[in-house]
Design a protein around this ligand. Structure first.
Ligand code: TMP
Length: 210
């Protein structure tokens, strides 16, 4: 069976990085070649766009400019990294993908979801994650965790009501596509999160012939 494309989603401070490393190690144990990457970013040019997006600036950033930059970096990433890796039989674990644009720019900023769907269609057409793991967490806990990590970037300085809309936006998408989405309660102890991840990965590992 073809290599799997897994996206990892969630709000700020939900613990995606730790879990991505857990998945990477698990696949390595199963001798599955995998590529861990992220959005916005994942190629040198897309990482430059990430800097543009996340740095603080004095001028107002128009929300559609933000959306278009997300998709510009995504196109570069999909064409130069994700598609070639999958074609070479590697699994791809991506820290955020298009669902983040729906959650943050669509639900969070209130941009037209029909327009985001069109961008999705033109930017990556038939390419979609086989599985999306959503780390769900109360936003006050998430923001407290994110605050401990480092200085807030431009998007992280948004209001709590923005992050609540983002959270609800993810849960709405998960409800709409239950066959693709797996939800992790990110408030659980790490061992329980890992147990859930094992459970989610098992069918994909079986399908890959492992
Ligand atoms: P990170 O915190 O997971 O590294 O992601 C960077 C930020 O970019 C995070 O605040 C979420 C935001 N983001 C969007 O707003 N839209 C998108 O499409 C993506 C991929 C990320």
């Amino acid at each position: 069976m073809a290599a799997s494309f897994i996206s990892i989603e969630g709000g700020e401070g939900v613990g995606k990085s730790t879990s991505i490393e857990y998945i990477r190690q698990k696949l390595e144990t199963c001798s599955i070649e995998c590529l861990v990457t992220r959005e916005p970013g994942g190629t040198p040019m897309a990482e430059d766009i990430r800097q543009l997006l996340l740095q603080h600036r004095d001028e107002v950033v128009d929300p559609y400019t933000e959306l278009l930059l997300m998709f510009a970096s995504r196109r570069q990433h999909v064409q130069n990294v994700i598609r070639p890796a999958l074609a070479a039989g590697k699994w791809v674990i991506c820290d955020r993908f298009t669902d983040a644009s729906f959650a943050y720019q669509g639900f969070g900023r209130g941009l037209d979801k029909g327009f985001i769907s069109s961008l999705k269609h033109y930017v990556h057409g038939d390419l979609n994650p086989n599985m999306t793991v959503l780390f769900d967490l109360d936003i006050t806990i998430g923001m407290a965790r994110a605050g401990k990590r480092a200085n807030f970037d431009r998007i992280e300085t948004e209001t709590m009501s923005f992050f609540e809309r983002v959270r609800q936006g993810y849960l709405t998408q998960a409800e709409e596509e239950p066959e693709r989405y797996r939800i992790v309660d990110a408030s659980q102890p790490i061992a329980d999160v890992e147990h859930q991840l094992d459970h989610f990965l098992a069918p994909l590992l079986v399908a890959s012939g492992d």
